[in-house]
Design a protein around this ligand. Structure first.
Ligand code: SF4
Length: 395
């Protein structure tokens, strides 16, 4: 009989002390088979959180440092060398994220927390690649005896959800992150990355998850849940089901299953611990949240080409957020904001059109233009409001 991929769910709805979180992590690891076979004495185990941007963990955008701390302790207890490693999103200083997300405290306690943007890179082939032939990845990751993916459970404006497979994109240098969006096709490329560095264990942090305008500006959701397993595709399938997202809707999972990274068919997945139905809750998707969350004026349109990556998406969303807080969203009446690489611009319109980011720059003559890769949030805001005291660029 075929062995099923096991996915464990644990839940604790109480306000959680550091000790409670440690117990939860140990329980989910135990239910997934423990760490003994993954940790060789003296070998490096990379623990990969999601620190997409400087944001406190209680906002639900970044992995709770207590989860990584517990995993690091368990690796150390088995004689391994845990390294908590991240490269934040394009244009973000990972050190800022390390500070704001609570990982500087771990450093001061002696944990090894590193910025992958500063690490030596090595080129490796992608044998199963069709989008990718080779990748440049941090040597520390390639030399590790195992990688543990520790994503946040949250919605994403491009991939519906960002979970264990997508979290691995944070191993890449910024140049490759951009090319994943602009050149290779992000869903396929992330799946192929997971064929080169397949996480040996994935623990999804949904102690506080995030719904709506993810991956950064969504609303926190108190779940008190961890989801874990050895098969990252199965883990994402179950985590997606908890969020109300059907398995077939997760494009990265579909490519990863096709590439043999894991299974997404629920009949080949065994759930242990708390049942999915007991913890599931339909998450508001990013596409549903924009109008619900922000009081946008008539005639406003946001056009993110599918190649627009996190840099432009986050820059635009944070600008809208700032304008909302300043009560200035009205300036967006009959305005289109366009980002991402595209051969042809959106059809001509009497609306004011603002092209954002160098990828959209070749169409700058057809509207206003904010340069940058990623574009600066201040420049986007200044262009929208027409303030003269900031640098912005009009073609
Ligand atoms: S311009 Fe924007 S969409 Fe293009 S690579 Fe830079 S951040 Fe990404």
């Amino acid at each position: 009989m075929e062995t099923k991929s096991r996915v464990a769910i644990v839940r604790d709805l109480r306000p959680l002390s550091d000790n409670d979180v440690d117990e939860m992590v140990r329980e989910v690891v135990r239910l997934t088979g423990g760490l003994k076979d993954l940790v060789q004495s003296g070998a490096t185990i990379v623990i990969k959180p999601n620190l997409v941007a400087p944001a406190r963990p209680e906002r639900g955008a970044t992995t709770d440092p207590r989860v990584c701390k517990s995993l690091a302790d368990q690796v150390s207890e088995l004689g391994g060398h845990p390294v908590i490693a991240e490269s934040s999103s394009i244009g973000v200083d990972t050190e800022d994220a390390i500070r704001e997300c609570g990982y500087e405290t771990l450093r001061s306690e002696g944990y090894d927390v590193i910025d992958l943007k500063k690490e030596r890179l090595v080129t490796v082939p992608v044998p199963r690649g069709t989008a990718l032939k080779e990748l440049r990845l941090p040597e520390v990751v390639l030399n590790a005896c195992a990688v543990i993916s520790v994503p946040k459970m949250k919605t994403h404006d491009q991939s519906l959800a960002t979970l264990a497979l997508k979290n691995m994109k944070g191993l890449l240098p910024d140049t490759l992150k951009k090319q994943f969006h602009t050149t290779f096709g992000v869903f396929r490329a992330v799946a192929e990355l997971n064929t080169v560095v397949r996480p040996s264990l994935s623990i999804v942090d949904a102690i506080v998850a995030q719904e709506g305008l993810g991956p950064v500006f969504g609303a926190p959701v108190h779940m008190g849940v961890l989801v874990g397993g050895r098969d990252p595709v199965a883990v994402d399938t179950i985590a997606g089901s908890i969020m109300g997202i059907a398995p077939g809707s997760l494009e990265i999972s579909k490519h990863a299953a096709e590439l043999g990274v894991g299974v997404m068919d629920p009949q080949f997945i065994e759930v242990v611990g708390v049942p999915v139905e007991a913890v599931s809750r339909r998450f508001t998707l990013a596409s549903e949240a924009l109008e619900e969350t922000l009081d946008l004026p008539e005639g406003f349109e946001l056009i993110f080409n599918e190649m627009a990556c996190t840099g432009c998406r986050t820059g635009v969303m944070s600008s809208l957020w700032d304008l909302a807080e300043q009560g200035k969203l009205g300036v967006l009446r009959d305005t289109r904001i366009v980002a991402g690489l595209m051969d042809t611009p959106p059809a001509a319109s009497p609306k004011r059109t603002i092209y954002v980011g160098v990828c959209a720059g070749k169409h700058r003559g057809e509207g206003e233009y904010v340069q940058g890769c990623p574009p600066n949030n201040v420049d986007i805001r200044s262009c929208i409001t027409g303030s003269k005291d900031q640098s912005f660029f009009v073609a």
